[in-house]
Each structure stands twice: as structure tokens, then as C-alpha cells.
Design a protein around this ligand. Sequence first.
Ligand SMILES: Cc1ncc(COP(=O)(O)O)c(C=O)c1O
Length: 455
Amino acid sequence: MSDLRDLLAGVAARAADYRESVADAPVFPDDTSGVREKLGDLPEKPAPPADVIRRLADAVEPALVASTGPRYFGFVTGGALDAATAADMLATGWDQPAFNKVTSPAGAIVEDVAGAWLKDVLGLPSHASFGFVTGGQGANTVGLAAARHHVLARAGWDVERRGLHGAPPLRVIANEERHATIDRSLRLLGLGTDAVQPVRADDQGAIDIAGLEKALDGPAIVCLQAGNVNTGAFDDFAAATEIAHRHGAWVHVDGAFGLWAAAAPALRHLTTGLETADSWAVDGHKWLNVPYDSGYAFCAHPESHRASMSLTAAYLTGQGDGGVRAPGDFVPESSRRARGFATWAALGELGRTGIAEMIERCCALARRFAEQLTEAGITVVNDVVLNQVLVDFGDDTERVIEVVQRSGECWMGATTWRGRRLMRISVSNWSTTEADVDRSAAAIQAARASVASSG
Ligand SMILES: Cc1ncc(COP(=O)(O)O)c(C=O)c1O
């Protein structure tokens, strides 16, 4: 074998070894103190690639978090499906800049196909445009940029040309429990967080519809949520969109993880009216279980989407599109990873029924968590409508979470919701089983008992 073949085969074997053992390894690393030393100083001289890779893997593997494994329940991370992982490795090997069909016909065409499949499976309008972005943050930014263009154009203002100085005021009406990335997108887009007019959330964290109607007055973007980041609650899209559109507002839906409910027949009722919105943000790297660096922005107004994102340059014109859209016209980057391969592979591995089954299974596992903890006398705070479970241990919450995290059995994070410090459990990994939930629920109960006995 050539050196290159050896190198890549060795890396594939190492990644496979890791993935095959991840379910049995401690979920969080014990001791990461030696990593910097092992990475060493900037070398003066070149080194053989195989040595470099061996040193890298030996140095960092002890500091990896088993977030791709079945008992990691923090942050709604998802795992990475086998085909999607392998396709992403191919994307690296092929090294395609997926800017347009000239820089990579393969990169452009696969996004075209995978984007259409995503719209189909998520029940979004077939005419919607889409961009493959870095994640939910990127997708929210693109959706809100298209919104900014559209709403201001209707008010007679060309924001791409004139900027925001002197523009008509543009307000953003959003759930008080919106995700923090909405605010960062507004900062990046020059709208600023003061543009937000927060609307009260109901007892489960969905936007209060009467409050929304009251807040609407003048050019506005309404931000809705499919899947409250704590509780998993859904806004009432049908009612909210009808009201927002009656007032001439644009409706953006942050559905980083919750939008996947639309792909599952047993959960689709949570998303009724979703398709009437104007833009949508969803992650691939969360619940579709695509490796990291995968999100999607969809827009029901392709011209506003393109106007907010596209660029042109002398060396890019006159090459025709040959019927293939330029992915770079719908995202904020120019040169970029060919993200379509991994998404196409995830959709191909699962198919429509496999996606529905995975989403429904994760929700059933979340309910199993809630049932077992409740039976053990532990308080579950939210209605478990999706994959999120909020757990209250009173004054012991922080310490119970710490003990669970240190146990290496499983990992769940902490959150503050309605003034209470809570454990937050998110089930979003394709490989999590009932046995993983049972083992993790037992670890939580053991942690609670040990905290109680230590006084
Ligand atoms: C509701 C919601 N929106 C946006 C995001 C941001 O997504 P990403 O981390 O992929 O940028 C998240 C991530 O947790 C989320 O849960």
C-alpha cells in the first residue's frame, strides 16, 4: 500500500475503533491535563504525515467527550449515523469547495438533491429555497437576513445597498424564551438586541398568542420556535402565522431540533401550520444525526433569500448555471465544505420511515426517562411532548448533576428555567436504547441517593 492509502486506512480504522468502543467508555473524560504537553510546540521541521496523525490522535483521544455515544444527553447534540460519517470522510478526501457548479458540480448537485429531499421530509413548501450552513446559528442568521431584506424592501428600503442607517425601524417580536442564537443573529445583522420585543411564554414555554397580536404594529419579523430549548414546547404556528401575516410581518421559525417533529407522523400535529411561515432554521447535526457542521436555512421567498446572501464578481459571471443552483447564493460563505454529501447519506441511510422511527423512538425514550424518574419520586417539571426532560432535585440539583457527570455513566447538563436550576435531559442520538435510558436513570437515582446521604 502507498503511504497515503496506509494513512487514510489507518485513520478510518482509528475512527471505527473509537466509535465501536464509545458506548462502553466513560462519557466524559477523567483527566485532560496532559493534552497540551502531548500536542507540543510548533515544530521547526516537516514530519511524516503518519507520525503527525498518530501524535494528534494519541494526544486528544483522552480528552474526547462521548457525545456521539448513546448515553450523552447534553445540549441536544445527536450522534452521527454511519453513512453520514463515512460520507463526511469522503467530503474531506474529495476536498470540494461547494461554492457553485463550476467549483464543484458534485457539491452543487448533491445539495440540490438533498435540499429537495429535506423539504419533502419536513413538509416545507416545494418552492422554498435553501442553504446548507454551519448549524442552527447559521440558519437563523440566514433566515433573519432574508427577513430583513424582505420587510425593509416592502417599506421601500434597500438594506443591502443602503445599510441600516436611516432605515425604517424594524422590530423583532419573539418568545421571551427564544434561543440565544436569535439574539446573536440580530447583533450580526445590525438590528441589535434592542429590536426585540419579547412576548410572554405560556406555562410550557410556547409563545402567548394574544401577547403576540398585541405586540404587532409596523414592519416586523416574528420569531417562532419549534422545540423550546428547555421544554421542547412548540409555538402555535397556525395561529401565530395567521396573525403575523395579517399585520404584514415575516415569520421565521427556529426549529433547530424541533422541526424534525414534522418528519414523524406521531408528532406532526405539534407542527400544524408550520408550512405557512416564511423562513425556517433546522440543524442536521442535531436530530438528523449528521456529523458536525450541518444546518439548513429554508425560505419561502427565494428572491429575498438570494438578495440577502448572493454575491457576484467578474470572475464568477458568464459561466451559466446549467440548471444547477449555486449553493453559494444562499449562504454567507463563498468557499465552503461540500456539506451536501453527509446530509444526502443520512437521508439515504434512514429513508423517510427511518427518520420518523428515529425521531419517535427518541421521544419514547424521553418519556421512559420521565416515567422512571417520576416513579422514583423525582420531580419532572415539563410536559414531555418531545425529547426534552427537565428534572428538579430542589437544593441538591447542582450537586446531583455534578455526581452524574463525574460517574462517567451518562452526561446531562444543567439549565435555569422559570427561576429554577434543573437537570436537562435531551434524547437525540440514533444509537440510544431502552437499556441506555434504564442505566442512566439508575445512575441519576444513585447520584441523588449519594448526595442525600452526604448531607
Ligand atoms: C432552539 C435552538 N436554536 C438554535 C440553536 C443553535 O444551533 P447550533 O448550535 O447548531 O448553531 C440551538 C442549539 O442548541 C437550539 O436548540
